[in-house]
Design a binder for this molecule. Structure first.
Ligand code: PRP
Length: 209
């Protein structure tokens, strides 16, 4: 019998991409495909349990060692940090962080301290720190694009995938910040205690990307 492995998986779009990946890996994904409202699903032939959670909670479960591995976006990793190993870039869930603002307006013009709205205050802070630029950051929980439209802020730091949301709201990218994609993370103790299984799963994943 293979050693049991718990994998925390970010609910939503990464979940769909990961289910496709598991299928390619030859895993029996019938429980994942017919999950209803269940939050822990088994891949019995592999002795793997898949835990469905919000992105930030995936990191929390992996950090605390209640899950051995996790699949989570680099956006959440960049914002939360934490102590775990990031062992693979899975390539899907690709998008990027950008600074955006109203179309046709020079964001950097003028001397006043700029206000930035974002769901990712730490990412925004370190971006402006790297530019040695003092900004005021306001945390927003969603639809950050509203902030410059309502004149709460001059800029936003947010995820851009297709650019449609920015475009349809009269906003544009002012500066690229960093690439985002799904990452495979591992608890530090599991990395030692379940090394063989973890590297077997990682290799099988990478061979099927
Ligand atoms: C994300 C992001 C942008 C949008 C970008 O929002 O915050 O609003 O997707 O995608 P696009 O470039 O393809 O238009 P999400 O859908 O997660 O909703 P939220 O802002 O309410 O969290």
């Amino acid at each position: 019998m293979k050693k049991k492995v718990l994998i925390a998986l970010t609910k939503g779009r990464l979940e769909k991409d990961t289910t496709v990946l598991f299928k390619k890996m030859g895993f029996d994904i019938s429980q994942l495909e017919n999950k209803g409202r269940k939050l822990i699903l088994s891949i019995p032939s592999q002795n793997i349990d898949v835990v469905l959670a919000k992105a930030a909670d995936v990191i929390t479960y992996v950090e605390h060692g209640v899950c051995d591995m996790g699949i989570v976006g680099k956006d959440t990793i960049s914002e939360m940090g934490g102590s775990f190993f990031e062992i693979s870039d899975l390539g899907f869930g690709r998008c990027h962080f950008a600074l955006a603002g109203k179309k046709g307006i020079d964001f950097y013009k003028g001397y006043g301290v700029k206000t930035i709205a974002t769901k990712y205050p730490n990412v925004a802070r370190s971006f402006f720190q790297s530019k040695k630029m003092d900004v005021e950051i306001i945390k927003i929980e969603g639809s950050v694009e509203l902030a410059p439209l309502l004149s709460l802020s001059q800029g936003i730091v947010d995820i851009v995938e297709t650019g449609t949301t920015l475009n349809e709201n009269g906003l544009e990218v002012k500066e690229f910040i960093s690439d985002i994609s799904a990452r495979l993370i591992v608890n530090t103790a599991s990395m030692k205690l379940k090394q063989e299984r973890i590297s077997e799963i990682k290799q099988l994943m990478e061979a099927n990307l």
